[in-house]
Design a protein around this ligand. Structure first.
Ligand SMILES: NC(=O)C1=CN([C@@H]2O[C@H](COP(=O)(O)OP(=O)(O)OC[C@H]3O[C@@H](n4cnc5c(N)ncnc54)[C@H](OP(=O)(O)O)[C@@H]3O)[C@@H](O)[C@H]2O)C=CC1
Ligand SMILES: O=C(O)[C@@H]1CCC=N1
Length: 271
């Protein structure tokens, strides 16, 4: 991968993607990072990438093919205008900021800016990410392919034309890893309540989720079939699923409300 990349913000999501790319052979000399935090210094020391505190310190002859915004949505309005001089046909502005719409970027960078709004997730760090992208019309096929190659290197990629779906995407796959990590916490807690020592309960919960994830990945069966495979008629799993699948108090209702809350927050972040 030889993409010339300017990464603006290298926190949890930016570094998850960058580490995935560097592990997949992205040339460190082709990467500039705008950051002030220790993360960038660490990555700079570890991989030899170019870390700079702001856009003014970037080498003048460095023309990025991709400018990736991975800062918090709340700080974007303060910094976006400084990137307008980088607008040119060969540069795509790729944003992973939750809620920040394509209109937000065109209103600051101008209509000629080529923009891809994306929503990745942190499993990108281990090349198991899920990224959904939505481009402006002026993004060329070659530029779409370049974004596809970049994000495919750290997981699965899907494209949408209807940008309004990005809020739901954010609520499901963008935030989704946190729901699974919380499930591990809740299972461990439940194990303790059922009588297990805390460290053992955590080991069991963690390995169960990891194992189930691997099985889901390796199997061609649907999630429903894999669930049924665990469930003996009249057995222990059926007893638990009666609780979890209760139409009023079960997981589907809880998950629907959780995803809707994340989707609605994503909409709010647009402003
Ligand atoms: N975390 C996740 O799972 C996902 C996050 N996202 C999106 O990714 C973006 C980043 O989120 P996340 O990585 O979690 O947040 P982080 O706070 O971990 O990362 C943001 C980074 O940007 C740095 N930063 C702040 N101001 C500037 C600036 N002016 N120029 C350059 N860098 C700056 C911050 O430094 P400092 O800490 O010193 O302020 C920080 O290191 C958000 O927009 C979020 O919506 C999308 C999908 C998933
Ligand atoms: O919590 C957030 O706002 C970001 C967006 C998706 C995941 N993390």
């Amino acid at each position: 991968m030889n993409t010339r990349l300017l990464l603006v913000g290298c926190g949890k999501m930016g570094s998850a993607m960058l580490e995935g790319w560097l592990a997949r052979g992205l040339q460190a000399s082709n990467v500039f990072i705008v950051e002030q935090s220790e993360t960038a210094e660490k990555l700079e020391a570890q991989y030899g990438i170019n870390g700079v505190p702001d856009i003014d310190h970037i080498r003048e002859d460095f023309i990025p093919q991709v400018v990736l915004f991975a800062v918090k949505p709340q700080v974007l309005p303060d910094l976006i205008d400084a990137y307008k001089p980088l607008v040119r046909a060969e540069t795509v502005f790729l944003s992973v900021a939750a809620g920040k719409t394509i209109d937000f970027f065109t209103s600051h960078l101008g209509e000629h800016a080529r923009i891809v709004r994306a929503m990745p997730n942190t499993p990108a760090a281990v090349s198991r990410g899920m990224t959904v992208m939505c481009p402006t019309e002026n993004v060329s096929i070659a530029q779409r392919d370049m974004c596809q190659t970049l994000l495919e290197a750290v997981g699965m990629v899907s494209w949408i034309e209807d940008e309004s779906l990005m809020d739901a995407v954010t609520g499901l796959s963008g935030s989704g890893p946190a729901y699974i990590f919380h499930l591990v916490e809740a299972m461990a807690q439940a194990g303790v309540a059922a009588g297990l020592p805390a460290d053992q309960a955590m080991t069991l919960a963690r390995q169960t989720v990891v194992g189930a994830g691997f099985l889901l990945d390796a199997s061609e069966e649907t999630a429903a079939t894999l669930r049924e495979n665990v469930t003996s008629p009249g057995g222990t799993t059926a007893a638990a699923l009666n609780v979890l699948m209760d139409p009023k108090t079960g997981l589907p209702d809880l998950m629907t409300r959780a995803v809707a809350a994340a989707r609605d927050r994503s909409k709010e972040l647009a402003g």
